[in-house]
Design a protein around this ligand. Structure first.
Ligand code: PLP
Length: 321
């Protein structure tokens, strides 16, 4: 027997109860152009991405004294937004530390959600130093974007929601970065639908979890610009939760190229009328590129919608990625 995983189906059911009424139930619909493919439209979640599930569960799992002092993160992407929103909903303080390099529109988005901003230094690493200081000296609690049991359990509620809409999927395609989404969804689905193939999908350019799974331990990879910017970044060389879970639960990892991601964004727009971000389109990219033949019920998780309008317009016009 292998060691028990750090997040269990019971943890995910407990998260589901905590999240009830606090996150949206998002639609699932058939893709009329791809027989057998079901689109899980999680980009319609509050704050535009599934990250609200993990952030809300992490905040609501805190002991009252820690909740009173507040939470901190250095993310200005979907996790930072989600944490700011979830903290405000719980009546808690959220501090977001960012560097002077973060563009003004991102800064404003986090501020609009009621978070307290600390602008410091010239890099993400320097913002992380401020996070550590706030934890040490002010007693704030860091809520990381993926490598945390309560975050993973929260993301896993998306897996339970998928099974309520499609009880025995042939496969589920999960956008993969740090692996919080994949670990949680895979744990939820494996427990109730063991025959479902669980597939992580990520971009060829800078896929840290894919490289780590291939190496058998967490490794760093060079970060490169990609249309799937929400999938960038490392998994942490001291990864505690998501690496082991992805290794135990994912049947396969598929990599997709930039033009394939762009084509999938256009496809999803043609079918739903919605603009999704590159990270959300990787599952459809894998299918359109012929890297995976869909079975009778292949669920693609469309994970987020936070794409800059100018980027999306450029992709719709078919300009090179
Ligand atoms: C964070 C994110 C992912 C990847 O989630 P991980 O838990 O880091 O693997 C995928 N899509 C979107 C839109 C995201 O914001």
């Amino acid at each position: 027997m292998s060691a028990p995983l750090p997040v269990t189906p019971d943890d995910i059911r407990a998260a589901e109860a905590r999240l009830r009424g606090r996150v949206r139930l998002t639609p699932m619909r058939a893709d009329p152009r791809l027989p057998g493919v079901l689109l899980k439209q999680e980009y319609r979640q509050e704050t535009g991405a599934f990250k609200l599930r993990g952030a809300t569960n992490a905040i609501l799992s805190l002991p009252p004294d820690q909740l009173r002092r507040g939470v901190v993160t250095a993310s200005t992407g979907n996790h930072g937004r989600a944490l700011a929103y979830a903290a405000r909903a719980a009546g808690a303080r959220a501090v977001v530390c960012l560097s002077h390099l973060v563009p003004a529109n991102k800064v404003q988005a986090v501020r609009d959600l009621g978070a307290e901003l600390r602008i410091t230094g010239q890099s993400q690493d320097e913002a992380m130093i401020e996070v550590a200081r706030a934890v040490r000296e002010e007693g704030l609690t860091e809520v990381p974007p993926f490598d945390h049991p309560a975050v993973v359990a929260g993301q896993g509620t998306l897996g339970l929601e998928i099974l309520a809409q499609c009880p025995a999927p042939s496969a589920v395609l999960i956008p993969l970065s740090g692996g919080g989404l994949a670990a949680g969804v895979a744990a939820a689905i494996r427990a109730r639908s063991p025959a479902t193939r669980l597939i992580g999908v990520t971009m060829e350019r800078g896929a840290a979890m894919a490289a780590s799974l291939a190496a058998g331990h967490p490794v760093t990879v060079e970060e490169m610009p990609t249309l799937a910017d929400s999938l960038g970044g490392g998994i942490g060389l001291d990864n505690r939760v998501t690496f082991a879970m992805c290794r135990a639960l994912l049947d396969e990892v598929i990599l997709v190229a930039e033009p394939e991601i762009a084509a999938a964004m256009r496809h999803i727009h043609a079918v739903t009328g919605d603009a999704v971000e590159g990270a959300a389109a990787v599952g459809i990219a894998a299918i359109l590129a012929g890297r995976l033949r869909p079975g009778p019920a292949t669920v693609c998780i469309l994970s987020g919608a936070n794409v800059a309008p100018e980027t999306f317009a450029r992709i719709l016009q078919g300009q090179p990625a």
